[in-house]
Design a protein around this ligand. Sequence first.
Ligand code: DGJ
Length: 712
Amino acid sequence: MGLLVRIAPDGGPSIVYWGKSLGSLSEKAARVLVLADPFTPSPSGDEPRARVAIVPEHHFGWTGQPGLTGSRDGRAWSPKFECISAFYNGEPTSGYVEAGAGTIVFEGADVEIGLSLRVEVELLDSGLIRARSTVGNLDEEPYSLDGLFVTFPVPVEALELMDFTGRWGRERSPQRAPFSIGTHSRDARGGRPGHDSAFLLHAGTPDFGFGRGDVFAVHVAWSGNQRIYAEKMSWGAAVLGGGELLLPGEIRLGKNEEYASPWVYASYGLGLDGVAQRFHKHQRSRERRVNSNRPVTLNTWEAVYFDHNRETLFSLAEKAALVGVERFVLDDGWFGGRRDAQAGLGDWTVSTEVWPEGLHPLVDQVKALGMEFGLWVEPEMVNPDSDLAREHPEWVMSARTEWPSAARWQQVLDLTIEGAYEHVRGQLFDLLDEYDISYLKWDHNRELLEAGSQLKLGSPAVHGQTLAFYRLLDELRAKYPALEIETCASGGGRVDLGVLEHTDRVWVSDNSDPVDRQHMLRWAGQLVPPEYLGSHIAAARSHTTSRTHDLSFRAGTAIFGHLGVEWDLTQATESELTDLSEWIRFFKAERELLLGGNVVRMDHVQEGQYVYGVINNDASRGIFAIVDTMSVESKPGPRLRLRGLDPNRDYRICPLRIGRAPERFTPPSWFGEVSDTGWHGIVLPGPAIENVGVERPDLRPEQLILLIAEAM
Ligand code: DGJ
């Protein structure tokens, strides 16, 4: 990865180039490589006319979205930051810095308007770049900050944009648009990135795919309101940028107070796979991270919903242990007056109505069966019908005297109020002290609307709420270091690299229908590596879509994430339980590769078809899935070609058989002899597999087949 940063004596720093490595550069050479500044030179000829800084300044001719917006009552709105100091890996620096892995810190000030600016840019070992900025008020008079964004320039050849949208039950739908002049801006104003989150904004060369094209992408690592945008000027400059979206009056800086923007991450890669692999490497290199040894989980939601019948849950736990489940998670319905979704949120004590002896009998049973115990919570929320709301109506977030409209019969608890924060923290600590809980499924089932703080006359408090949420997660993790936390927001409504600094798993979606899951796992994986993606095998008939699928399709889809079960196993047939055990055995035997390998997704498919896989670091083994999610247009269609293997090795490709084979499946002749575990397959050189491939197995709609490729 190459990164070139310009530190000018006047004005903030600019990223002038990022992308493929450039080799080593002289200062003179570096000066001609400036990406985003306009091509029209100034009259003096040696300096571009306008500058695109990381925090772009109007003063230097940038007429696009300013990096910093704000004022002192209408004054002091156009900053010009002079450099006070700049360090690269602790050493003073200036001019053009060709950064290897390390950190550049720029400190500047605009004495005239009384603001300071710190800009940090890091090139991480993963090859990701991240940048953030911090503005400080040096004056007595308060400064109202309206926005602070950071930008990354992209070359004008990046003519196509791709980001995401979605909805509950169908998160992460990619959408493409031409990168034309003007601004493509995506705002999240619901207090979380949302089901329709832009997630990652890519700009790439035309028709970029998984393995083709130069692709640049940015992501805002923040779990509250945010903006991410792509902007192209008529004079040729183009940037990707983003930051927190601040509400009116939300940040007012007193003297010497500072505001720090979230980190904005940038990844360059050959194709979408190149971009994703850097994000995966980053997530895998963090200090507190999960490894691929993820326990197979059973979550009770779709099995029992709010019906917490002791006998049913006990036999569910028995069946779970029988098929090989390693963690049993009790979902919503165990606390306060929570017999349905209309009451109880906020009262985090075990309901004696449903659990007269507390959760001890269930926890003991789960532990005795050799599984870990996990529990569902939704700590940032409160039902008006709860002891908490009755006692402290002033703790409900609200911008007006009237509360915001309810959603799922709930309101948001104002965690910026210390009493509210302590109430929730205290109740969570008590639970974790009393029970052996190794996992919390942390839910967040409504957007923040009109999220003001009543104790501050309704002033916006989304920024403070987001920080309080992070703080609460951190306090829990500090006190219970072995505790894992899953981020869930009615499925995947809060998935970003900010929340993933404080949590260990993502609930991808409430929809476990494998057709939709094929799609959602693929695209959630553009940012998040498979070991973080909660991926469950549900009942044959999907509770969300009412479609029915074979177990081989449901399980073969789910194993490419952190595997779980979301199914009332007390109702499963003996043969379903046998097949399920076989899939779980396979997952356990291969989870190191399935969850720790490098993800590759193939381009040569028809609409509705998928081919993807995971390959280990030395490319000696890979597992691939061949999927038809619908009735495809032409058969046999494109040949099966696999990318990512070593061109200097031969591989045996063996199709696998786990549980029952897909119905009425006729294997092509290259599958060879069949055994109990699969077919004998064929040996081919790596380049032949990639460039010519083999005949694609003829699948019916909503079926898949797995292959294992092993170097000889
Ligand atoms: C929404 C979650 O996404 C579901 O999995 C489940 O936990 C329910 N909330 C419980 O209320």
